[in-house]
Design a protein around this ligand. Structure first.
Ligand code: ADP
Ligand code: ASP
Ligand code: MG
Length: 407
């Protein structure tokens, strides 16, 4: 007998038929003699609608009330899933975050999980009752509802799997696994049988939506066996595993893209010590994360341009902060550009193979695609390019790294 956490994403519970379909999967796992804990997302589209409503009332909303509103989507599906299971003759009950309780910090809208009380759920599990947990939500130190950030029910699922010492955490979604790149954009994308935690973490952090980055980091730290699979077809999914569990090592495992970035060029700042600190200090104080950075060499030894990227959602705030520091920094203009995409190639094989970056630059050059900013890490190379080249760049790189033939 195994203990399994099954998480169903928004498309897998998008309507009543799909909820019933997901319930049948849960029942099958339980009938096989396993203990099952279910985590559900809101119905597809619901959270976007809820977010939009809060914005229509107030752009500068009280984040605590925002959480009350957006957490409601998961309440509906948790109840419906419990009903669907009961209808199949399965003993089931719903659990909201506060009922467990799943305790978080107080960062409303993007709270971190701090502790999960699992004794009661485990006791009922042993008696054959299935817990259906509302994902994405918890309770803060002041007894208020919190949410974990968009895509956060993946994190709820992995955190529960870790707390329950589950044998596996299955993430059911609308694709049948993790692909070499987004299969909705590149038709030749291939499903990966296995991917390492580290690669998955980079893929997720660089924009591959299929798993939320925090959920992967948590799975890696707690050694949760994670599987991504489809709730619509019966096919083996992708296992996220340790590096030594992968026999066939590739140099590049996947390519991710993110349209969530914006570029800012700070024009003609003095080329002297302290300028970068004057720019990035105030941004850090305002909790704005800077991602890629490039500073041009000054032609005259006097002034230079400095270019960096932030999350598109932070663009207006970034411009406001820098404008407020204009005198201290001493620039002539701020040039924002949201029409950019970040493309990242990822693979643990990069540690031991040279030439991955070169191949990326050459492939893009051959297509006439200009690279605006570059950043690298041990297992990743990212470039920023104009957004209109997203598909072309993804397809060209996919072919160049031999990913069309994986599998
Ligand atoms: P859910 O609602 O089930 O959480 P998401 O929409 O968050 O599902 O994630 C699934 C989507 O992730 C897929 O529909 C796919 O378009 C996208 N995606 C992006 N990159 C990848 C990738 N490398 N492999 C698989 N899916 C990907
Ligand atoms: N419903 C939430 C969202 O759309 C959480 C999730 O689906 O993981 O972001
Ligand atoms: Mg998701």
């Amino acid at each position: 007998m195994a203990r399994i956490v099954q998480k169903f994403g928004g498309t897998s519970v998008a309507d009543i038929e799909r909820i019933k379909n997901a319930a049948r999967r849960v029942k099958r796992e339980a009938d096989a003699g396993n203990e099952v804990v279910v985590v559900v997302s809101a119905m597809a589209g619901t959270t976007n609608q809820l977010v939009d409503w809060t914005r229509q009332i107030s752009r500068l909303h009280d984040a605590r009330e925002y959480d009350v509103v957006v957490a409601s989507g998961e309440q509906v599906t948790a109840g419906l899933m419990a009903l669907a299971l009961q209808d199949l003759g399965v003993d089931a009950r719903s659990w909201l975050g506060w009922q467990i309780p799943l305790k978080t910090d107080e960062v409303h809208g993007k709270a971190r999980i701090e502790a999960i009380e699992t004794a009661e759920i485990e006791r009922r599990c042993k008696d054959g009752q299935i817990a259906v947990v509302a994902g994405f939500q918890g309770i803060g130190p002041r007894n208020r509802v919190t949410t974990l950030g968009r895509g956060g029910s993946d994190t709820s699922a992995v955190a529960l799997a870790a707390a329950l010492k589950a044998d596996r955490c299955d993430i059911f979604t609308d694709v049948d696994g993790v692909y070499t790149t987004d299969p909705r954009i590149v038709a030749k994308a291939r499903k990966l049988g296995r991917i390492t935690y580290e690669e998955m973490l980079e893929m997720a952090s660089q924009g591959a939506r299929v798993l939320e980055p925090r959920s992967v980091a948590m799975a890696m730290n707690h050694r949760v066996r994670l599987q991504v699979l489809s709730s619509f077809v019966d096919a083996p999914g992708t296992l996220v595993v340790d590096e030594d569990e992968i026999v066939e090592k590739r140099v590049v495992s996947g390519i991710a893209y993110s349209r969530q970035e914006a570029k800012i060029t700070v024009a003609r700042v003095a080329d002297r010590p302290g300028v970068a600190a004057a720019i990035f200090g105030p941004l850090a104080d305002s909790a704005i994360n800077v991602d890629m950075i490039v500073q041009n060499v000054s032609e005259d030894g006097q002034t230079t341009d400095l270019t960096f990227t932030v999350a598109r959602a932070d663009l207006d705030r970034t411009l406001a902060v820098l404008e407020g520091q204009r005198a201290a920094i001493g620039f002539t203009a701020l040039k924002p550009d949201s029409n950019v995409v970040k493309i990242s190639v990822i693979g643990v094989g990069m540690r031991s193979h040279a030439g991955v970056a070169k191949q990326m630059f050459q492939t893009l050059a051959d297509r006439g695609i200009n690279i605006q900013v570059i950043s690298t890490s041990e297992i990743k190379v990212s470039v920023l390019i104009a957004a209109e080249y997203t598909e072309l760049a993804l397809r060209a790189l996919h072919t160049a790294y031999g990913l069309d033939e994986v599998g």
